[in-house]
Design a protein around this ligand. Sequence first.
Ligand code: IMP
Ligand code: MG
Length: 186
Amino acid sequence: MPPQHNPLDEHLTRVLFAKEDIRQRIDELGKEITRDYQDKNLVLVGILRGALVFLSDLSRAIDLPHSWDMCGASSYGSSTTSRGHVQITKDVEVDLRDRDVIVVEDIYDSGRTLRAICDLVRVHQPATIEVAALLFKEKAQRASDVFVKYRGFTIADEFVVGYGLDYNEYYRNLECIGILDPKIYS
Ligand code: IMP
Ligand code: MG
């Protein structure tokens, strides 16, 4: 079979996870969540915009009735390092009271975004809150520690794009996840 070619892939120095790796891992996470939430009242809360792709695949890998909603946070601007301040751009609209929330995020990096969103979700008085992150960046130190129960892949501390993750709002549509060539942003 010829290799899948996407012109945007030329902007990557390395593909970390191909489409099929991602699909397989999300199926596993979906099964795990399906087992854990049998007698619960599940709502997935995705964080705009990066978690959109992950949320839509994760939801369909969960074999239970559940709801979903999106909330918004922005921290990065157009650079590749965190600005350090998280702004809430959209609150949750689905009623979370007494329900079992999983906050769905594309990547756990400094932890600031997840901390801010978990605090936001807690105000809506759900019964339980857990976190699912597709990527878990390994770091010596984090600004905020958040317990991430469902982890897709652990990666080194490098800037990655694809499958929802952007640089300057581009590359979100890549089917794979890869390391962005530093010549693009330096
Ligand atoms: P944190 O608040 O530092 O944990 O950053 C979380 C947000 O920054 C994520 O929701 C992503 O949108 C973005 N982010 C962090 N690391 C990367 C990366 O390697 N590539 C693209 N976006 C990233
Ligand atoms: Mg982003």
